[in-house]
Design a protein around this ligand. Structure first.
Ligand code: ATP
Length: 210
């Protein structure tokens, strides 16, 4: 869908623009100047223009951007105009928190299944009503519920097992919150979210005054 030349940093900023535009749309703002949009997004106007040129012509000279249209277009560019079925693997505290995060649903990410290996958890439900099933059921459920993405929130030592199960189930995208590197075949994409590293980085900047 998107050209492979598009830098990762641009994709990340598009996600920020999208959130800001959504908020503006909700507030009833119809048009925004590129300088204002840049200001709210914390970047400069040239950067926004450059990021958008990867995908076509946006904005009107002397006017700025039409909020609703640009929001729609960026969603399309990011492939977000369709719902994505998500499986949660590892229903601990972090997993539960993520599964109830409303913003995911608003962005089209729907938790349709949850998996664990703890017999005390298997057979119970998430607060949203989604059943918690044994990890062994993943291939069947993934097929039945058209699951595209797995979120791994197991302890580090179980993450590779969880990822292997997801790969066997034909899942093509994994968001890994476990603090460990997992290996997958080339056709599967993994994004790692390491919250502890983020903290370490923040603390480094606080203590170095940088
Ligand atoms: P809790 O105390 O409720 O277990 P927690 O956040 O402390 O919460 P963790 O030890 O981080 O739990 O584990 C997260 C979840 O991952 C747990 O529910 C655990 O049962 C589950 N888990 C462990 N190994 C696997 C595995 N191989 N596959 C799927 N889930 C697993």
């Amino acid at each position: 869908m998107q050209s492979p030349k598009v830098p990762e940093a641009t994709i990340k900023r598009l996600s920020i623009y999208m959130r800001v535009l959504k908020d503006l749309e909700r507030k009833g703002v119809e048009v925004i100047s590129s300088a204002e949009l840049a200001d709210i997004c914390g970047v400069n106007a040239a950067q926004i223009r450059k990021d958008l040129t990867y995908f076509g012509e946006f904005g009107v000279r002397g006017v700025g951007y039409y909020v609703k249209e640009l929001h729609f277009d960026i969603r399309k560019v990011l492939g977000l105009n369709q719902k994505r079925n998500i499986a949660l693997i590892g229903v601990g505290n972090l997993g539960r928190a993520l599964a109830s995060y409303r913003s995911f649903t608003e962005h089209g990410y729907v938790f349709v299944a949850a998996f664990d290996v703890d017999p005390k958890k298997v057979g119970t439900f998430l607060p949203t009503g989604v059943p918690i099933e044994h990890l062994d059921e993943l291939p069947r459920v993934a097929r039945e519920k058209h699951i595209e993405i797995a979120i791994v929130t197991t302890p580090a030592e179980a993450a590779q097992d969880a990822a292997d199960a997801a790969v066997r189930a034909g899942i093509k995208g994994i968001l890994n919150f476990a603090p460990v590197q997992i290996s997958v075949p080339e056709h599967v994409k993994v994004k790692k979210v390491d919250l502890t590293t983020e903290f370490d980085n923040l603390v480094y900047h606080l203590s170095s005054g940088a």
